[in-house]
Design a binder for this molecule. Sequence first.
Ligand code: ADP
Ligand code: TMP
Length: 239
Amino acid sequence: MQKQTLLYTGKAKSVYTTEDADHLILVFRDDASAFNGEKIAQLDRKGKVNNRFNAFIMDKLAQAGIETHFEKLLTPNEVLVKKLDMIPVECVIRNYAAGSLCRRLGVEEGKELTPPTFELFFKDDALGDPMVNESQAIALGWANAEQLEQMKKLTYQVNDVLKALFLDGDMLLVDFKLEFGVFHNRIVLGDEFSPDGCRLWDKNTKKKLDKDRFRQGLGDVVEAYEEVAQRLGIDLSDI
Ligand code: ADP
Ligand code: TMP
């Protein structure tokens, strides 16, 4: 499958059409951005590491019965995916308090959240991805009630699968963001799961192994992503 027209250039990936109307090619770039595009950098190897990482996670989720857009890796930084009609709502689950939850509610970082929280954000860079609720998402026509229910159920299922997977590598899945879309009337998991869109801490030392290293200027960002991959048994030796 070949790339045809560039459809969209996002903050970290570029999206191309293919000769098949049902498929797209995503190109994972080395660009990193934070604080709604205020902080940007090029991080050598990030695109390839995240593409390989995402493929591994999508495969684990498929094995658990969760339908994803992933079809196959094409090159070290390109993946073939089903073309989804994306729902502009980001689903976030938090197992421990961090990031915007701490800022919003004055909660101490690291507080365990039982049960895990589920939040929705409107995917809109110009507005800074504001938090929204289900009735707003329905009233504004982004998704219907049944779709939102399905997205929530799937996000909790992903949490169960991935919490256990990361714990096997002595890591805590602190929080993560998922994006879904519609494919032939079904809700399907899209976009990516990588350390760019989640928080992962070493279980014992609480060392941050995710994009907070970039946000907070802690250094060794891609090195940390590679450490996570290595702990999960993902082979990066050929990229
Ligand atoms: P952003 O748009 O947040 O800057 P990216 O740089 O990751 O994000 O760009 C990838 C874009 O592709 C996102 O807008 C995402 O919603 C979209 N996307 C991801 N997977 C699919 C898919 N399977 N079908 C259609 N669009 C997708
Ligand atoms: P937050 O603490 O900034 O609200 O983010 C919660 C988690 O979701 C964190 O792992 C980062 C991820 N996330 C994104 O990757 N992109 C987004 O636009 C949002 C809102 C969250």
